[in-house]
Structures are given as structure tokens and as C-alpha cells.
Design a protein around this ligand. Structure first.
Ligand code: TXA
Ligand code: MG
Length: 345
């Protein structure tokens, strides 16, 4: 792929971001059909004008993404939603009232006005209004719906810093809005509201409990629960990020981890721990990759992708990762960790 110059805008938070010359320039890039990466509250997205088929095709090329995997469309205000969907199901409306802007993508029946390659030929479309000042300013300034998958090369963890995006996509995209570290740290919850009972296709920042408190019982796609079932969300069928180094999730306590580490060391393997601060203290492990406090699942989640990127840089043979409770945001955390891991011990 021809190398392009990737323009980086560093943006300082301020009152009226829409007027910021860098946001204006980035918005202009999008209007011209260029690709621009930008921060959201979940992870960085790689954006292009969702009404422009050619622009959207550049996203797939830059990422090396299979073209049958549909993209999420981002909007800067909920008022424009009705332009792109056939109708807004009642439960979708209730979820929008409760969680937008926020880390929730809602699949609805598409009215097929957006570029065909956005939805990969499906008759539904995933819509989301992100809760991030830079993203909202950019979306409002460009006055277009923006298709944006996570701004990583396919097969890498989603980026939670501008440095991650630069590492993966420098020379392959036109622009990058640097807004520092993202908050949630894993991708949005995806819920399909195009059928009778809404179904969670991907767990994320809005938890199952949050959703059920607003619309009552929801289903969870089998592929979220079991890795090998065939998925309804095309993206779930692709091998998610898994480092070359095998990762084992260890459910037992520090004793079990110490024992597994000892066995591996006896076999001449170099072991890396990926654990909470508390577990690192129990193990007296100085070189552990630490996600945060065991008692703060949101903090652990926000650090996961950065830690997985670091695993790749280390010269180790085996990663022993601590398992966490699948409660609240812990469901999203463990979903991503399981997708990166090869085994439970
Ligand atoms: O937090 C996020 O959602 C980030 C930020 C940038 O907004 N975006 C993101 O996009 O994670 P992406 O493309 O990496 O993941 C989109 C997921 C994929 O698993 C895709 O298959 C699914 O959403 N998806 C999109 N449209 C769909 C549809 N119409 N039906 C079913 N699944 C859909
Ligand atoms: Mg992705």
C-alpha cells in the first residue's frame, strides 16, 4: 500500500472544541473523503465519511479488515439517527435515552441510505453516539455520519492511546487526532435491537445489568459465552487479538500461579505475569504487567489492551494471567482476555 503522510493533531481540551482549528482541519479531511483516527471514550476509531463508498473502502484497506465485517456508524447528535434507520424500535429508543452519548452501539434496521460497504450488505446498521468531547466536536464539525471501526491493524488489540494508532497505521491513514488515553479501554457494548428480544453481541462499557434495568431481559449471543459457536455479529467470528505468546488464564489463587510458573521455569520457559497489583504483591513479582487494583474492575479493563501490546514486546514463552469475576464491566474484561488467551488453568 502506498505510504501517505499521516497528519497528527494534538488537541488541548477547551470550552469550544468545534472551533478549534485542528478539529476544523480534521473535519475537513473527513469531508474530502480522507481517513482520520480519533479518540472516543472506549478506544480510538478510524473514521471516514459513511456516505462515501470510496472513503469507507480506505478504512478496510488501511486496517487490512475483511470486507464482510460491517462498521459502526458514529453520530454527533441523536436527532440525525432517523435519517439512516428504517425505524427506531421502542427498546432502542429507551436505551438511547438512558445511555447516549456513551459506550453502546445499537443495531437497528437500516434504510440503506449510507454507503453499501459500511454494512457489508446486511439490512441492519450499528449506530453509536460516543461520549468524548473530541469525537463529538469532530462529528458535529464535519456534519456527516462517520463509519469507524477500532483504529488498529486487524489482528492487533484496539488502540487506547494515539501512540498505539500511530504504531499500527502511520503512513496508511491521512490523519490522527491525539486526545490522550481513552477511558473505558475496551470497545462499546453491541446490542441488536432489530429482533424481538434484544441480544448482546459484544459485552462492553454498558453492562448487561445496566441494559436490563432499562428494557428488561436481554439475551447474550452464544459466541460471547463460548468461543467456538458461530456468531451473529460478523466481527465475532474473526480471531481476535492473540499474542504469539500463549496466555493462560489462572482462576486459582497466588499458590496455583506460583506452582504453574515453577513448572514452566523448570521446563526452561520464561514466564510473564499479567495480574492485579494485589496478586503481584502476593507473588512478590517485580516484573509483572500490572493492570490495576483487583477491586477496581474498570481500572483493570482500561489497562488490558495496553498490557497485551506490551506482552508482544517481551521475550517470554508463557503469560500467566489472573482471572477476574465476570460481574459488571468484568464481563467485558474477561471476554477480551479470553479471546486473547489460549487456555484456562
Ligand atoms: O467502541 C467501539 O465500538 C469502537 C469505537 C471506535 O467506537 N468501534 C469498534 O468498531 O469497536 P469495530 O469495527 O472494531 O467493531 C464493530 C463490531 C464488529 O464486531 C461488527 O461485526 C459489529 O460491531 N457490527 C457492526 N455492524 C453490525 C451489524 N449490522 N450487525 C451485527 N454486528 C455488527
Ligand atoms: Mg475492532
Amino acid at each position: 500500500m502506498a505510504t501517505k503522510e499521516t497528519k497528527v493533531w494534538e488537541i488541548n481540551p477547551q470550552e469550544n472544541l468545534i472551533e478549534d482549528p485542528s478539529i476544523q482541519e480534521a473535519a475537513h479531511y473527513l469531508q474530502l473523503g480522507k481517513t482520520v483516527a480519533f479518540p472516543t471514550e472506549t478506544v480510538y476509531g478510524l473514521g471516514a465519511d459513511a456516505t462515501n463508498q470510496e472513503a469507507v473502502s480506505h478504512i478496510f484497506k488501511a486496517k487490512g479488515r475483511p470486507s464482510d465485517n460491517p462498521l459502526i456508524v458514529h453520530i454527533g447528535s441523536r436527532d440525525v439517527l432517523k435519517k439512516y434507520v428504517r425505524h427506531i424500535p421502542t427498546k432502542a429508543e429507551q436505551l438511547i435515552d438512558a445511555f447516549w452519548p456513551g459506550p453502546l452501539t445499537i443495531i437497528m434496521p437500516s434504510n440503506e441510505t449510507l454507503a453499501e460497504n459500511v454494512t457489508a450488505g446486511l439490512d441492519t446498521i450499528g449506530m453509536r453516539m460516543p461520549d468524548h468531547s473530541h469525537a463529538l466536536a469532530l462529528l458535529k464539525a464535519c456534519e456527516r455520519p462517520i463509519a469507524a471501526p477500532s483504529a488498529n491493524r486487524s489482528g492487533k488489540p484496539s488502540p487506547t492511546t494515539a501512540e498505539h494508532v500511530y504504531h499500527d497505521l502511520n503512513g496508511r491513514i491521512d490523519g490522527l487526532v491525539d486526545g490522550g488515553r481513552t477511558g473505558v479501554g475496551v470497545e462499546s457494548t453491541v446490542i441488536d435491537c432489530s429482533h424481538c428480544t434484544p441480544i448482546i453481541l459484544r459485552p462492553g462499557g454498558v453492562t448487561r445489568q445496566d441494559l436490563e434495568s432499562v428494557i428488561g431481559p436481554v439475551d447474550v449471543a452464544p459466541s460471547v459465552v463460548k468461543k467456538d459457536e458461530s456468531p451473529r455479529s460478523p466481527g465475532m467470528k474473526y480471531q481476535h487479538y492473540a499474542p504469539d505468546t500463549p496466555i493462560w488464564i489462572v482462576q486459582g489463587g497466588a499458590g496455583r500461579m506460583r506452582q504453574l510458573a515453577q513448572e514452566a521455569t523448570n521446563n526452561g520457559q520464561k514466564v510473564q505475569f499479567l495480574v492485579s497489583q494485589e496478586r503481584a504483591d502476593e507473588l512478590k513479582a517485580k516484573d509483572a504487567l500490572i493492570l490495576g487494583s483487583r477491586y477496581n474492575l474498570a481500572e483493570l479493563t482500561s489497562q488490558l489492551y495496553d498490557a497485551l501490546r506490551q506482552v508482544d514486546k517481551k521475550d517470554v514463552d508463557l503469560v500467566l494471567a489472573e482471572g477476574f469475576p465476570k460481574k459488571g464491566i468484568g464481563e467485558a474484561l474477561m471476554n477480551r482476555l479470553e479471546r486473547a488467551a489460549s487456555d484456562y488453568k
